[in-house]
Design a protein around this ligand. Structure first.
Ligand SMILES: [Zn+2]
Length: 377
């Protein structure tokens, strides 16, 4: 599996050398609308862009729509840039990855996004990803997400992977409390899901295990004591490790269920994933379910047990309670109703927008009844 050249917690000055190496004359800079300034990134990076033309693109929604990407491609082509830099959260990084790969394709973009034709391995510009949240790990993955209406489509290709990942605490130190809680939970969920995923390997499990250990030791404090740079620095590293883990294994059921909670009910990604994560300790440990993982029941049980122990628990039920406890500790609402999702009233919307096949990376088979039980009060 390819990997970007990685600079973790080494400051951002390495960007200067990278720009010089590529003899950069014009940057296509993708950023969030407000996060670029609020994260402090603008102040830090502006001096490094001296004497280089910059075309900034921030005209997209979080959970980017195909229309946003198409508009971005027009701007990108007009810019005649020779490098792409993205500074932002998961959505910004998805936008930059999608624009950079799709702008160089010859097939119709709609067909590519809908999976009707494959992405061609065509030359695209060097991509530098600089996350302003400690969460998605998107700077180190070879996929990007695009929405058409409420439906989530995922692009996957080795050429989507950024060439450089610069993740530094100086870019995440100003994260507000809720963003820090939500994105930190995304990293935790990604690591846990990666560890039990059908697509896991020994390598991905090493990344995931290390990420979980670091997150458990630093997450809550990083949310409540943002001035303690050590916690945030450790979360930057852990989020990157979790990204490396899912780059190999991909995610599982809690992620698959989360996308519609985000697009329809506006629950931010990490928070939406956290809402069902705990329940899947109980579901995945239930030996009555049909297995998706060909490594067999003994293997799946052992993996679940290892995860439960990592959380300092001894039963799936306790692991489920532990996840809820961490959510409360970092200030994430655990009640669906208070978040606007009423399972009794709304479950059909959720079920209509979930592709059960996509949950085949979950260690056990998930049917409609199981999903209904996840949201039962
Ligand atoms: Zn995620």
């Amino acid at each position: 599996m390819n990997k970007p050249q990685v600079f973790i917690n080494q400051g951002v000055s390495c960007l200067k050398d990278i720009l010089a190496t590529h003899q950069t004359k014009k940057i296509f800079l993708v950023t969030g609308k407000t996060s670029y300034d609020q994260s402090g990134a603008e102040k830090l990076l502006q001096p490094l862009f001296k004497e280089i033309d910059v075309e900034r693109f921030s005209d997209f929604q979080s959970n980017p729509q195909l229309t946003d990407i198409l508009a971005g491609i027009v701007r990108f082509k007009q810019s005649h840039a020779d490098i792409v830099i993205v500074v932002g959260g998961g959505s910004s990084i998805d936008v930059a990855k999608s624009i950079n790969i799709l702008a160089h394709q010859t097939s119709t973009i709609n067909d590519i996004v809908k999976g009707k034709v494959q992405i061609e391995a065509k030359k695209r510009l060097p991509l530098i990803a600089m996350p302003t949240t400690a969460g998605t790990g998107s700077e180190t993955t070879h996929f990007s997400v695009i929405y058409i209406d409420h439906v989530k489509y995922s692009l996957a290709h080795p050429y989507i992977l950024p060439d450089y990942a610069i993740a530094d605490v100086c870019l995440v130190k100003n994260m507000p409390k809720y963003l820090s809680a939500s994105t930190g939970f995304d990293a935790l969920a990604q690591a846990i899901e990666s560890y039990w995923a059908v697509g896991s390997t020994e390598e991905s499990k090493q990344y995931a295990k290390q990420a979980i250990e670091i997150i458990l030791n630093n997450f809550v404090d990083s949310v409540h004591n943002p001035t303690n740079i050590t916690n945030r620095r450790n979360m930057v590293y852990a989020a990157h490790l979790a990204g490396q883990a899912i780059n190999i294994s991909k995610t599982t059921a809690p992620h698959a269920l989360s996308y519609i909670l985000t697009t329809h009910w506006g629950i931010p990604h990490g928070h939406a994933v956290a809402l069902t994560l705990g329940k899947f300790f109980i579901i995945n440990a239930n030996q009555n379910f049909k297995l998706n993982d060909k490594r067999g029941s003994k293997y799946v049980q052992k993996t679940l047990q290892e995860l439960i122990s990592m959380l300092g628990c001894n039963t799936p039920k306790r692991a489920c309670s532990f996840i809820e406890k961490v959510m409360l500790e970092v200030g994430l609402e655990v009640d669906f109703l208070k978040l606007g999702f009423n399972p009794e009233r709304d479950i059909h919307i959720l079920l209509n927008n979930i592709n059960l096949e996509r949950i085949s990376n979950n260690p056990v088979y998930i049917d409609i009844e199981t999903i209904k039980n996840v949201f039962k009060y």
